[in-house]
Design a protein around this ligand. Sequence first.
Ligand SMILES: C[S@@+](CC[C@H](N)C(=O)[O-])C[C@H]1O[C@@H](n2cnc3c(N)ncnc32)[C@H](O)[C@@H]1O
Length: 200
Amino acid sequence: MSNTKLTDSYWQNRYEKGEIGWDMGQLSPPLKAYFDQLTDKKARILIPGCGNAHEAAYLHEQGFTNVFLLDWAKAPLKAFHEQHPDFNQNHLLHINFFEFNTAASARFDLIIEQTFFCAINPSLRPAYVQQCAKLLKPTGKLVGLLFNIPLYEDHPPYGGQKEEYEKLFSTQFHIHTMETCYNSISPRAGNELFLKLLAK
Ligand SMILES: C[S@@+](CC[C@H](N)C(=O)[O-])C[C@H]1O[C@@H](n2cnc3c(N)ncnc32)[C@H](O)[C@@H]1O
């Protein structure tokens, strides 16, 4: 079976057709619990492959002022802007994550992972890890959720398992936490890992 070609227009089309089965329509409870214990409202936070960005809507509502959304599809960024006109438009980045570059002074404290990693071709996983490490400050963290089940091999969501992730991420990060979530939404219960990785 050939691999689906995951271009910018592939993703844009998915939004235009409303084929966005990955979208939970709400902030993921494990991420809400994590956000609720953050105190630095000025932290620079990047959400790559943000889609409809329920995480960002919540952070914005809570007064976080340096949240950046990045997506290769324009549709969700446009929709987010329409729904949150007071969110800084300069923080909506329409670009391929792998081509995103930023000055050292503009690196991030936190990158949030929420069904972006499973949407890219698995051959790009080492590049994802390197790119996250490059975009973070030396004290930065990569925090989020990863599926811990095989899923599909020829189209997203691509799955994986903890052992593979440990090997992959430990090239660039110290693994602080990589544990099955206790508070996933029920369709994902038992199949999601919460991760908190510290830049090396
Ligand atoms: C499965 S969706 C997840 C969206 C959102 N995080 C959520 O959980 O609802 C994957 C998202 O990643 C975006 N995406 C895929 N490849 C990308 C890339 N190379 N650079 C930036 N965004 C990308 C897609 O446009 C899509 O919005």
